[in-house]
Unconditional design. Structure first.
Lengths: 517, 449, 127
């Protein structure tokens, strides 16, 4: 018997119910409880007496629910989310790879999860060894000499890296005034440079979307502190003139900073330290598989060459050697033996960029990832990442415009030029992709491509998932030709249709309020 | 390699489709001079059981069976098990930043709930979707005050967490902003309001204090606010122990509150990841750094949530952004949201009262040991207190360790004027028997003396 | 939309009309169209000084921010407060919705600005 309402398959998805769920405050009722504290084994206290004027008279308007309602509430919410565990994220420069579950397991091991940052070093050797090993591995992977794991995310790492640059220049007598940034760069780059007191000077990309060497040579002068480069670029293209770029900079006493967001194309195949980079940051939540968690936490280690080591954030991890001498372990010259501890006597340090030592929980996960791969696994990972991106490029280049013909590494950038002729933009195509069961790719970035579609599949995608993605993109290209409205008004299959972002910005409502009756 | 979903045959098939002879063709663009022709010198590939063994061994070395009186900006509270049960769901754990609102309503609604709860707890109008931690949050709050007022000086209390102050100094070093520090009153451990009065001028953008402060003492926020506002400066209150808000009055006179929400269900994890958040009065919303989630409607009139006021942020403003923050702490903010939902309105008060009770007992027992003096008795405290011992902490702390107890943090490295002083914390998980044992250990030193 | 001939224009897409030494400033139809739905206007305060060709504020849409460049030098005499709650008026009637009024320091600056015909030619070339 035919269905009364058709269950339509689009690409790799078919409709399915998701539960509705209000705000947690809307489900609250006075007297409902989800907790029970054990009885006090010490005398009770009269809080208002102890605190006097500092006593809180009215409790905060937090909800009151039972445990099952809490489980249902958040479970229902979770079912409204797309996630890597459900399917591919073609987001360029985000490296949405599989988040291995053993990472989650080991980060919750009691001795590690419960370690207080101020516990005596003698009781922290386990976690300190983990940090030491991770530092060693990351130095080997990047080809750098020294490292700090303190920064909490990529942008935080950029900030730290530029602080190092500035400290070094200051130690030479001239802080210098400007940082060069390619117009293809991620927004955090200029934001960071400005925060460190530098003027931002834009570097126009050449016809291939790479660094224009002549422009660079013209713009670099004795007031240039550094060039902030992403390699491969945000177009997914390797800057094969990178050594020459480094030379131009170094000749004028300027430094080369590398944004390591695209390391997924390089790990095990080439090392930034080998091609002239002086300082760089890594994103553990991209290249090293720590989970995105809906927007964080991340971790942004900064690795540098020896001459910048004295300026690293304090403290650094150090091992007491048998001779009583100290050797920094975030440093290639370290020796074995002796207790690990944090060294605070660092007179040239740029200071601290956050309290405590860094996002240790993410270090554990990243190290677990590195250990699960080993050298062959990491290399194979990079190769598969590049293979996957090139496969997509090959399968879509007849239908989507390629603004630059240079070889792609781990990501490929198309432009919506052909579709724009039909009035359909990259943002619309991205929304229609949702109806096919995928998260959109990166829309409208980098800015140097008009209407960019930036696609990075990562190594975590099987041939099956890649083919489904290709089929979806090809189907949409066809829809643009034949039924453009379908694409322009997408998505059609989600819990909510396109949301009114204009009113949300004009009249922001940023919290729930109890209705006044 | 088990994370790679390809068979050798499929790789061949794909290479053929691309028209490449081998994978090396796809790396040909990398100049030969620096292509890596050897294995990375890192440990060999481990099996899963080996990975677990490695980290278990590390955990053992870290010692799991010690009771601890450590606080000082990182707090041990019980974490309800539903937190991990929920945040480990793949749809939360492995989801991306909610830029595509139609398929991330789960994350967006949860953040909206977080923002609401933080506003409720702190007495502010709006809260953001989290910052890296309390230390960077405090620094960003000072920068925010600078933008809002257009002024270039800040007055910072010495009773703000020393590492937070270090971070602030790092953030300000290349901007035109000077800070001056003001001390505390010897009797109470509170901000020296006299010194504050003298330090605040009409060039002051912000006054930054912490409450409960680093010594565990609750500050007189209304008095401090008056001094700041008289001169047109903003008051920023940094809160390192979020649970205090269950029983301590919120700093409603503040303009900006920067809080560390680690106490709300986030594991200690040797210092990170933690969960910062900035909350503020309504009129500062456009200067708030970090992500904000707003409520809106879709085209069919359904309620939905979106990231909003994005023009403050780096991906649009670039060099004019309010901050360079991109990734935040969404998953730990979710842990905090669940924690707050589990305890709820009444539970947060009861939890805070338990903390108060444990610390009151600990302060009383440990200071009743002759030769141990409880400092700063003249002011209300939450769950931390400062003890000054005749015996050097180095001596009794080893004795405590022998009893598998970690004593309080030594303060002399940050407050050299406080000799033999240590900062102790007792939360709801502290057992009475541990407190009694610690008191015995401290007392033992005197018997020998 | 036609560009009023009694206005003058800048290459940054502001318009200005002058009467009795007071300039009234807004943004053009071309500008509001490029920006999309305007959500917020960051305007100066009464009494602030503005300088020709320098920024005096910004206009925000959901996804973009545009700096506002002053056509003239002078001091701000009035700010359009209604834009705080109704920034969308700029989208609807860009040439009737003013942002600031300025007491001109130098009336001859008017002559340096583009007239309607020159501005229309300029934007035709931009596209």
């Amino acid at each position: 018997m035919a269905a009364m309402i058709e269950r339509k398959t689009t690409g790799k998805v078919r409709p399915h119910q998701t539960q509705n769920e209000g705000l947690v405050f809307e489900k609250s009722s006075p007297g409902k409880r989800a907790y029970k504290l054990p009885p006090l084994d010490v005398p009770e206290v009269d809080a208002s007496k102890l605190l006097g004027d500092a006593h809180r008279k009215e409790s905060a308007g937090l909800p009151e629910l039972s445990e099952i309602e809490i489980i249902r509430h958040f479970t229902r919410l979770s079912t409204w989310n797309y996630a890597i565990d459900l399917g591919m994220y073609p987001l360029g420069s985000c490296t949405m790879k599989y988040n291995p579950r053993v990472n989650e397991f080991v980060s919750r091991i009691e001795g590690l999860a419960e370690a207080h940052p101020y516990r005596p070093d003698s009781l922290a050797q386990g976690v300190l060894e983990i940090i030491e090993l991770l530092q060693k591995c990351l130095l080997e992977i990047t080809g750098m000499d020294a490292i700090t794991l303190q920064p909490a995310a990529g942008a935080h790492g950029e900030f730290t890296g530029i602080l190092l640059v500035r400290a070094w220049h200051e130690s030479k007598g001239n802080a210098r005034k400007k940082v060069l940034i390619p117009d293809s760069a991620h927004g955090t780059n200029p934001a960071t440079a400005a925060i460190c007191g530098y003027q931002v000077e834009n570097l126009k990309s050449n016809a291939d979307g790479g660094i224009d060497l002549e422009a660079l040579a013209r713009q670099v002068d004795e007031e240039t502190a550094a060039l902030m480069i992403t390699n491969p670029s945000t177009l997914g293209v390797f800057e094969n003139e990178i050594a020459r770029i480094a030379e131009i900079l170094h000749a004028k006493g300027a430094l080369l900073y590398m944004d390591g967001a695209n390391m997924n194309a390089l790990v095990g195949k080439v090392r930034p330290g080998d091609f002239g980079v002086d300082v760089m940051h890594l994103n553990l939540h991209k290249t090293f598989s720590t989970p995105h968690g809906g927007g964080g936490p991340g971790s942004g280690p900064v690795a540098c060459k020896r001459f910048l080591e004295p300026f690293l954030p304090v403290p650094i991890l150090s091992r007491r050697t048998g001779t009583g001498r100290e050797q920094g372990t975030g440093n290639r010259d370290q020796e074995a033996g002796g207790e690990l501890h944090w060294e605070y006597d660092r007179p040239q340090s740029v200071g601290r960029v956050r309290a405590f030592y860094g996002n240790t929980g993410m270090f554990i996960r990243a190290l677990a990832y590195i250990l699960a791969n080993g050298p062959d696994g990491l290399r194979q990972t990079t190769e598969d990442a590049v293979l996957n991106a090139n496969y997509i490029r090959k399968k879509l280049e007849d239908l989507y415009e390629m603004p630059y013909k240079t070889p792609s590494m781990h990501e490929v950038v198309f432009s919506d030029k052909r579709q724009a002729a039909k009035g359909v933009k990259t943002g619309d195509i991205a929304k229609r992709l949702i109806d096919y069961g995928f998260h959109p790719y990166t829309v409208s970035f980098p800015l140097i491509v008009h209407g960019a579609l930036m696609i990075e599949p990562t190594e975590s995608e099987s041939l099956e998932e890649l083919d489904l993605f290709v089929e979806a993109m090809r189907a949409i290209a066809q829809e643009v030709e034949q039924t453009p409205e379908l694409v322009k008004r997408a998505p059609h299959s989600t819990r909510v249709s396109r949301l009114d972002e204009v009113t949300a910005a004009r009249k922001p409502v940023l919290r729930w309020r109890p209705e006044t009756k | 390699m088990r994370y790679l979903p390809k068979s050798p045959a499929e790789r061949e098939q794909m290479l053929k489709a691309i028209g490449a002879k081998s994978i090396e063709d796809l790396f040909a663009i990398i100049p030969a001079a620096y292509r890596l022709n050897r294995d990375l010198d890192i440990p060999r590939q481990l099996g899963e059981s080996e990975i677990v063994d490695y980290f278990k061994a590390a955990g053992q070395k870290n010692a799991t069976d010690y009771a601890s009186f450590l606080g000082a900006g990182a707090y041990r509270h019980y974490r309800p098990v539903v937190i991990d049960a929920l945040v480990q769901r793949g749809e939360f754990l492995t989801s991306y930043t909610p830029y595509q609102a139609e398929i991330t309503q789960g994350t967006l609604q949860a953040i909206f709930e977080f923002q609401t709860m933080i506003a409720e707890l702190t007495g502010m109008d709006v809260a953001n979707a989290s910052m890296y931690d309390g230390s960077t949050g405090a620094a960003e709050a000072v920068l925010m005050a600078m933008r809002v007022t257009g002024r270039h000086r800040a007055v910072v209390a010495r009773t703000v967490h020393p590492e937070y102050r270090e971070v602030l100094a790092t953030y300000l070093q290349h901007r035109d902003l000077a800070t001056s520090e003001i001390g505390y009153e010897a009797e109470t451990g509170r901000v020296d309001v006299q010194a504050l009065e003298e330090a605040v001028t009409d060039e002051t953008a912000a006054v930054l204090v912490q409450s409960p402060n680093f010594f565990g003492v609750v500050e007189d926020i209304p008095a401090i606010a008056e001094i700041a506002h008289k001169k047109g400066a903003l008051l920023i209150v940094s809160i390192a122990e979020a649970v205090s808000l269950g029983v301590v009055r919120p700093p409603v006179e503040a303009d900006i509150v920067s809080m560390e929400a680690q106490s709300f269900g986030v594991a200690l994890s040797y210092g990170g990841p933690f969960c910062g958040v900035i909350a503020a009065k309504e009129n500062f919303v456009r200067q708030l750094p970090g992500r904000l989630v707003g409520e809106t409607k879709d085209q069919d009139g359904n309620r939905g949530f979106v990231l909003t006021l994005s023009t403050r942020e780096q991906h649009i403003r670039r060099e004019k952004a309010t901050s360079n923050i991109c990734t935040n702490q969404a998953l730990v903010a979710l842990m905090a949201t669940i924690f707050l939902t589990v305890y709820g309105k009444e539970g947060m008060r009861e939890l805070a009262e338990h903390n108060l009770a444990k610390a009151a007992y600990a302060a009383q027992e440990l200071s009743s040991v002759a030769g141990a003096k409880l400092l700063f008795r003249g002011a209300p405290r939450f769950h931390e207190f400062v003890l000054q011992t005749q015996e050097s902490p180095a001596l009794w702390s080893q004795r405590l360790l022998d009893e598998k107890i970690v004593g309080g943090v030594e303060l002399s490295r940050w407050y050299p004027e406080l000799k033999n002083a240590t900062l102790w914390c007792a939360t709801e998980v502290m057992r009475r028997e541990t407190i009694d044992a610690a008191a015995k250990v401290l007392a033992a030193g005197l018997v020998e003396a | 939309m036609a560009y009023p001939t009694n206005y003058r224009y800048t290459k940054e897409h502001e318009w200005i009309s002058v009467a009795d030494g007071i300039g009234t400033v807004g943004i053009t139809d071309y500008a509001q169209n490029s920006l999309g739905d305007i959500v917020y206007v960051d305007a100066p305060k009464v009494g602030d000084e503005v300088t020709a060709n320098k920024t005096f504020g910004s206009v925000e849409s959901v996804k973009a921010v545009s700096d506002l460049y002053s056509p003239v030098t002078g001091s701000v005499t009035e700010v359009n407060e209604s834009l705080k709650t109704e920034p969308d008026k700029i989208n609807a009637t860009p040439h009737e919705t003013w942002i600031i009024k300025v007491k001109l320091a130098d009336v001859s600056e008017w002559d340096k600005l583009l007239d309607a015909a020159a501005y229309e030619k300029f934007i035709a070339e931009e596209q």
